[in-house]
Design a binder for this molecule. Structure first.
Ligand SMILES: *Cc1c(COP(=O)(O)O)cnc(C)c1O
Length: 426
């Protein structure tokens, strides 16, 4: 009987295992060797038998060559910023796949000449928002605001209500973002009330534009006043409206959530929005406006630094013209259907109940809107193992229970959810 540590298989021998050899083709040799080294180390430490090294390495192989892991969002927050905001639709994924090789993103196949980059996505957005004279797409909404400030207000003032000076997350504040573009922020009104005359008093030769920001991640309630778009539009300055969430037209579930079509119709010169919130697409910044303003933005030298890649353009176009996105399906899901799913799933699990609960839009959208929902309720001790399982499931803790809210889980993921919970209860 030799020292079992001497019987730990060598790396060459393990790489010759057909399963690991195949994985090396898919994931790269370096990554597979790291996984092998971990398994060998465990054998040397006596945690596993030398004969098990290959099997353990195979079991530990990651799904893809990137460290990002798939997560089932059972939080009940439809657009969850920490979970990558909007999940892409099947149509968007297919479009990304198609565009991932060489593609005619900036080329006219008929003439063999250079063509306008992303014209398909731009045409789709223009068709979805007919009141826009022009459309432009950048990296995200923050980039859209940055480009707007650089183009319309260099060395000038951006007039904005004190009630709309927002922090969008991770310590980033919109006023500071725009000031970094060389504009000055001219605050008007008070936190809870701003009137038309506050704007009128502030507007002058130094004004670059008036900015109206949708308070997307909080509510100012009580004794409040804000000036609507159609009144701001009559002021003697360009009006930029940051609607945040990316709704192109009004949504019945969220009557207070602004949309691009209405904002333009009410007189905004430019509307900015995110692509990966309520629109349900990839991260992008959408700019809708008059043809003249959009052309100026497009021609700004910095526009090149903020442009999006072909994968984003592909996903965006497919999101706009394609079938309802996962975000739309989550928002529109009928609560009786959710309850039915919760009952069916809970009945197949030990320690689980089906309960009613309340989901939220999240991701900087419709802060006051409560979405009636249904969940699988489990003991709180499930939460941690569910998070680190495969697939990973993230629920929410409420009153000492771990709730898996089904409004944000695609029905196609029900079986995977069931398996993940079962794996934690055994
Ligand atoms: C989310 C949000 C932003 C930031 O958008 P990103 O696409 O994350 O850059 C800006 N303004 C408002 C009103 C928002 O809701």
């Amino acid at each position: 009987m030799g020292d079992p540590r001497r019987r730990v298989p060598r790396t060459d021998a393990l790489l010759a295992d057909p399963r690991l050899a195949k994985a090396a083709e898919r994931l790269g040799r370096t990554l597979v060797k790291t996984v092998i080294a971990d398994a060998q180390q465990r054998a040397r430490a006596g945690e596993i038998a030398p004969e098990q090294v290959a099997d353990h390495a195979v079991a530990a192989l990651p799904v893809s060559a990137a460290t990002l892991r798939p997560v089932i969002n059972a939080t009940g927050v439809v657009v969850h910023t920490n979970l990558g905001r909007a999940p892409l639709s099947r149509a968007a994924l297919d479009a990304v796949h198609t565009a991932s090789g060489a593609t005619d993103v900036e080329f006219d196949l008929a003439t063999g000449r250079r063509a306008r980059r992303g014209r398909g996505a731009l045409a789709a957005l223009a068709q979805a928002v007919p009141s826009a004279g022009g459309v432009h797409v950048v990296n995200n909404n923050a980039a859209a605001l940055l480009l707007t400030a650089m183009t319309l207000a260099p060395g000038k003032e951006i007039v904005v209500s004190r009630g709309e000076l927002i922090e969008i997350g991770d310590g980033f504040r919109l006023p500071e973002l725009m000031a970094s573009a060389g504009a000055r922020i001219r605050e008007v009104g008070t936190t809870n009330r701003t009137h038309l005359r506050d704007y009128t008093d502030a507007i002058g030769p130094d004004t670059g534009f008036v900015l109206k920001v949708h308070p997307s991640n909080y509510l100012v309630s009580g004794f409040t006043a804000a000036v609507p778009i159609n009144e701001l539009a009559r002021l003697d300055a360009p009006l930029v409206v940051d609607i945040g969430s990316g709704l192109l037209t009004p949504h019945p579930v969220m009557p207070d959530e602004p949309d691009a079509t209405t904002a333009l119709r009410d007189g905004a010169d430019l509307v900015t929005a995110s692509g990966d919130k309520l629109l349900g697409g990839p991260q992008a910044g959408l700019l809708f406006g008059t043809a003249e303003v959009i052309e100026r933005l497009r021609r700004h030298p910095a526009a090149r630094a903020l442009r999006v890649d072909k994968l984003t353009l592909a996903a965006l176009e497919a999101t706009v013209v394609g079938p309802p996105t996962p975000v739309a399906q989550a928002l529109d899901a009928d609560v009786d259907g959710l309850r039915e799913r919760a009952r069916r799933l809970a009945a197949q699990l030990p320690q689980a109940d089906a309960v009613d609960c309340v989901a939220a839009v999240g991701g900087g959208g419709a802060p006051g809107v409560e979405l009636p929902s249904a969940a699988i309720s489990l003991p709180e001790t499930y939460a941690a193992p569910l998070r680190v399982g495969t697939p990973s499931v993230v629920g929410r803790i409420e009153d000492g229970r771990c709730l898996l809210d089904l409004r944000t889980v695609a029905p196609d993921d029900d079986d995977a959810l069931l398996e993940a919970v079962r794996a934690c209860s055994s």
